[in-house]
Design a protein around this ligand. Sequence first.
Ligand code: ADP
Length: 596
Amino acid sequence: MNQRITDPLSARLRRVPRTQYVLGGMALLLSALLLWASWIVLSDRYMGALANRASVRSTLYANAIESVLKTYTVASALLAQDMLLLSALTGAPSQQTRLTLGGVQSTIGALSLSLYTASGTLVADTQQGDDKINHGIAPYFQLALDQDISVFATVAISESEQRFYFARRIQQSGTILGVAVIEVDLAGLQGEWVASEDQVFVTNAEDLILLSSRAEWRYRSLSPFLDPLSAQGSGRFALLPMLSLDPSRAGPQVAIDDEVFLRIDREVDFRGWTVTYLAPTSEVNERVTGAIAIEVMAMALLVAFGLYIISRRIARRSLQLQRESEELRALNVRLGSEIEERLRVEQSLQEAEQSLEQSSRLAALGQMSAAVSHELNQPLAAMRTYLAGAQLLMKRNRPEEAMTSFQRIDDLITRMATITNQLKTFARKGGTELAAVDVRRSVMAALAIMAPQIGQNRIEIVRHMPDSPVMVRADTMRLEQVLINLMRNAADAMRGQPDPRITIEVFSGPNLARIQVHDSGPGFKVPAAELFEPFFTTKAPGEGVGLGLAISAGIARDLGGSLNARNASDGGAVFEISLPLLRTPEQGEPDHERAR
Ligand code: ADP
């Protein structure tokens, strides 16, 4: 029983509304969309910021290098007019000249300063170390002699080292006296780039990387370019190693060795030089990833909070359901014990009824015995008197008169037999075998049995019965027993009444056969149901025990029908037996036959 109650409750607990799944799915989709949109917007924004910064930085770098180169261009031009150098070229070279050069070098911040005669002979220089370069034989020396401009030259010392020079001729009154060569300090600039950790390089007009913040990029080429160093060793030129800037990326992005950069080029106003600034996009990715991670965390927190709220609600609901279930269980237990209690009471009631019935039966038996002995004692006493009278008459030899007494005795014996017969009728259980019985025959049989009483009380019998048989499935004996009982009750009810009459009507169909016993007596004063209560009787002790109707109703019930009583509107009581009709032969109007 408990199982029956807990099942729907647990089912209610387990039930998750479909809308929750739909909402969950939508939330998931929305979150994914939000993350995707954030990714795009943030990537865009950070990339924009990176481009701005790169643009500013590249301009700074371009300006810085431009200003340095311009400074040296101007310095070299000024140097060509320096009187000290002129006098050094016209006079004999001296220690003084070297000192002068040293002074000028430190003033303009050059790495070294060399002074040559027009024929390429070194007058004085400030170059240090063993790897001094003889500029007098370099191609740019000739170029400087030929033009009145500052000639710029790059000399590759090794694969990672280059030196930068400005050569300028020195002339006086149209006579070319010599050439001054200034070694430019661009390495210092490069050192600053390295320190700044920016990715930047400078290429010349031939796409050769002259300066770079990364040592491994230096002296590499962006496009195929002959390596002058290789020519120096073997006399044959080889291609410079190239730095491959893979442009297969979106927008101005390039990849170098799997590293992706945002590339900003700035032209330097110096011999087609270009500063290329490379801003690693990994920084953008990191920042976007970081922001997305924060978003995901926020969402996760939100989801956790939502789940917490839902779980609390579920817990509350389950607690409530549990409480309800416990209440139901308690109610169930209470109901169970109440049912048990009721069953116990019913059983004890039954037992009480049984014992009451037992004692009632015994009482009825007593009453019946009294009635029977009363009924039989009277004719016995009369018989004794008649017998004594007959004996006397025989002794006096008056046999004719004695015969009359004997006749009376015979009458009395007949009466006693009738009484015992009636008692026997009641006592009969009847056969258990049911058979097709014509109700009309049963009525006739009952009337025959009742004939003495009917005659005695001068009762008028009126019969209304169909012409054709009215068949029911019944036990003849018991059906007759019921009819006799009803007729006897009718006769009893009309006792002492003038013009007693019993009307017996048999109706057939459509489904039931009905037998009505209608008397002209006073009717009954109690509710009809009470008449059928066992031992209900209004008759004097010895005349009735109140079992007749109860037994009759029981028999009618056994035969699948019923017995009912009512007071007729024109007076008297009507008792009606209804039994299921076995078959309906041609039904006719009940015939109206009278018998007395
Ligand atoms: P009994 O005849 O021994 O009293 P019944 O069960 O046959 O027992 O009848 C019960 C009671 O029903 C009768 O005592 C009587 O009061 C009432 N009764 C039965 N038949 C009739 C009738 N035809 N008219 C009036 N009362 C009746």
